[in-house]
Each structure stands twice: as C-alpha cells, then as structure tokens.
Design a binder for this molecule. Sequence first.
Ligand code: SAM
Length: 306
Amino acid sequence: ATAVVANGGGSISSVIPGWFSEISPMWPGEAHSLKVEKILFQGKSKYQDVMVFQSATYGKVLVLDGVIQLTERDECAYQEMISHLPLCSIPNPKKVLVIGGGDGGVLREVNRHSSVEHVDICEIDQMVVDVSKEYFPDVAVGYEDPRVTLHVGDGVAFLKAAQAGSYDAVIVDSSDPIGPAQELFEKPFFESVAKALRPGGVMCTQAESIWLHMDIIEGIVGNCRQIFGGSVNYAWTTVPTYPSGVIGFMLCSTEGPDVDFKNPINPIDEKEDHNTSTVPLKFYNREIHAAAFCLPSFAKKVIESK
Ligand code: SAM
C-alpha cells in the first residue's frame, strides 16, 4: 500500500511500500516506522487528516496529520497514566472534564472511578469520534457510559465558557502543538483550566517528550508554576509508538487542599470496574504511579529550575 499523507503541520508521512514512517518537524532527523498490512480509513476533516491502518505488530493505528495518536497494542500505557495519575491523587473525584481525547480511551479510564458522577469531553473533531467508534471499539467504549457527555468543539472556547470552580479534574488529552491543539499548550489556556477547577482540583496534560521537547516542557512548567497555586509536577512513561518511546504529563493542582501526586491517596481498585465491557487495567499500578515522577538528571535540572 502506498499513500502519502500531507500534514497540516507541515510534516509529511509517507507509506512507502509496506511501511508507515512518522516524519515531522516536531522530531527532526528521526522517524518511527510501522509495517502496514492495510490502510483501513483515510479522510480529511475540517481540522486534520485522519487515517487508520492495520499494522503488522501493533494492531490498528490512528494517525492524525501524519502523527501516530494511538495503537491498539500500547494505548493502555498513555490512557491509563494520563487518567489515573490525577484521579488517584485526589479523594472522590466527582466531576471531570476531558479536552481532546476523541478516541474515548481517557473516558474509558475515568469511568473506572466509582466516585465520578459526571464527565464532560470536549473534542474538536467529530471525525475522530466516528472513526474511533468504528475502528477502535475497545477504546471508544468510554462513550457508552451514561455519565459521559460529548461536546464537539474547541477546548479553548469550552473552558473560557466553563463555570469557575466547577471541576475536580481536567485532563488535556491533546495532540501536539501543531495544528488545532496549538493553543492547548499556551498560558491563557492553562489560566482557563485553573479557573474551571475547584480549590485543590487537578489538571493533567499531555506534555511531550523529555528527549525531544525540553524547550516546550520548560515553557509549560514555567507557565504552570505561575498559574497553579498548589503542586506542579512532571511525570513520564513509556509508549513505544510515541516519538522517542516516551511521553510526559504535567500534573498541577490549584490552591486549596494539598495534593501530593507522588503519593496517591485514592488507589484504583482493579476490581472497581464500572463498565462491564471495560478491559482490565494493563499498565497502571501504584508503583508505576510513584515511579513516573522519577526523572533523569538532565530533565530534573530544567524542570526544577523553573
Ligand atoms: N488519546 C490519544 C492517545 O492515546 O495517545 C491521543 C490524543 S487524542 C487523539 C488528541 C485529540 O485532541 C484529537 O482527537 C484532536 O482532534 C483533539 N484536539 C486537538 N485540538 C483540539 C482542541 N483545540 N480542542 C479540542 N480537541 C482538540
């Protein structure tokens, strides 16, 4: 199969005979490749190119603007960590907001918490929702929970309109700061998240790779330290199909009841499965929660200096 996907962010990913290579100005000089068995979907929404292919070794793969978003084999790492790092750090999260996350995987994880009463998700691209429901049912299962409400729109506008102090947790499951997600990495957005959180409420955002994006991370940490009056910590984990094989998370809490992200007080009980159709946890556990905050010296130095 040969197809070239032009990327709104300027990167070109080409499916050379039998392989998909993820080429982007976000990671110059390197490109992760996956062997392609079959292209299952290719479309162009109002916001981005959307593609799904069957890979030889990672199951089905979702690609947006030429950038791998998730694969069936390793999505558990990212979805579980971005959801449980914040939600296991506060008692009784009740009202949760997900920005982005159109594949539904974060919803699937948030739904595991029995204390959660209502989940809003604001995803800008209806095509991502539709394609995820069709090709990734074990991920999009998150939409089936009656506690979930989908809003199709820009997360920036949604948060600007959100009532102050109305959420216990905001999870920003965004694509990279190229294309529609660009503003989700900027100071005004983080200010609107802090406003929408209750005192001691928590935010967890997708925060790129310490191997590739220390400059972006430095900017995010600097902004968050100015904006959030509680804890501000950077965590990371392994996701083999993300560039450099790792992804980070920015965890912040607003002024109010103390939040110690490194010592979770609301452990998720593996039996606590409120979606009978949800697959059991594959990646997250208490030990890997604590370990996620242990950083290599080069990253620690930059992050702790902000
Ligand atoms: N959850 C995936 C995973 O497992 O790695 C990756 C991220 S998810 C696909 C990123 C989503 O953010 C995309 O569906 C994209 O459409 C959405 N998005 C980008 N910019 C947005 C914005 N400004 N407001 C709301 N959603 C946005």
